[in-house]
Design a binder for this molecule. Sequence first.
Ligand code: UDP
Ligand code: MG
Length: 317
Amino acid sequence: MDISIVIPLFNEEESIPELQAWIDRVMTDNGYSYEIIFVNDGSTDRSWDIIENLHKQFSNIKGIKFRRNYGKSPALFCGFEAAEGDVVITMDADLQDSPDEIPELYRMITEDKYDLVSGWKKKRYDPLSKTLPTKLFNATARKISGINNLHDFNCGLKAYRKDVVKNIEVYGEMHRYIPFLAKNAGFNRIGEKVVQHQARKFGSTKFGGWNRFVNGYLDLISLWFLSRFGVKPMHFFGLLGSFMFFIGLISVVIVGATKLYHMHSGMPYRLVTESPYFYLSLTSMILGTQLFMTGFLGELISRNSSERNNYQIEKTI
Ligand code: UDP
Ligand code: MG
């Protein structure tokens, strides 16, 4: 099989038939053998009925139905597991991504030998409240991941060599950083293609709120941490710990020596603990370090937990 198309969807009933027909047209025109894997991420509308109907008509339409809404990353993860094509293409279900891009994406993987090609919605049809923070977000992601040639990390339209999707684990909300995950897994040939983008035709965005930026940045920091210190946390904590211990030691010596000096030369002196700032700085330093370490340890544990990619799949067709 040449191509697997993985489509995560959450309440996109109006778009599915049109999207399927469009994909089929492009694939038939180009003579590709392909499958479409619709991952229904707990839709509460008629999306699954529509997928089942399509499955009855076309043998290459497959579906995975989550019992509840888990998010885009879990949906992609399960789609990747099921994919059989040599090239795997992901796209959103809302018709914002154009299937006409598929042949060129396919060519870039098979002929130009890219491991991953990410779409770049150079001209984007989304409200400013989405596009502006995204610019900032992409700049940070470029810096932290070291993948300097990508403008649009989170584009839903991407193409992968099969090896890539079988060797990365998209979890939580990490779909925003798949190129970074791929790079960490050792896939270095990451390319980009400018793609057409359309305004949403039906329904509304599932990633609206402000928390997508907060969560997005926290995930990015986690990834950066995991990629740099994931298997050698001591390099980070050891250094930080020694540094703080050293500062503490010096401060204690200064505080003690000053007091001794003052006492010795008969000058007025007071207890160091009489200053409220002493306690404030002490407490916040300790709390800050502990919070930080807790977050990191939690991340490590969740990464190693056997539950981390365990989803309730109600049905597979
Ligand atoms: N999606 C999903 N699960 C979710 C949220 C979104 O499978 O919990 C799907 C959604 O149906 C769409 C894709 O992810 O196919 C991208 O979502 P959306 O178009 O709302 O994001 P935007 O384009 O506004 O960034
Ligand atoms: Mg969309």
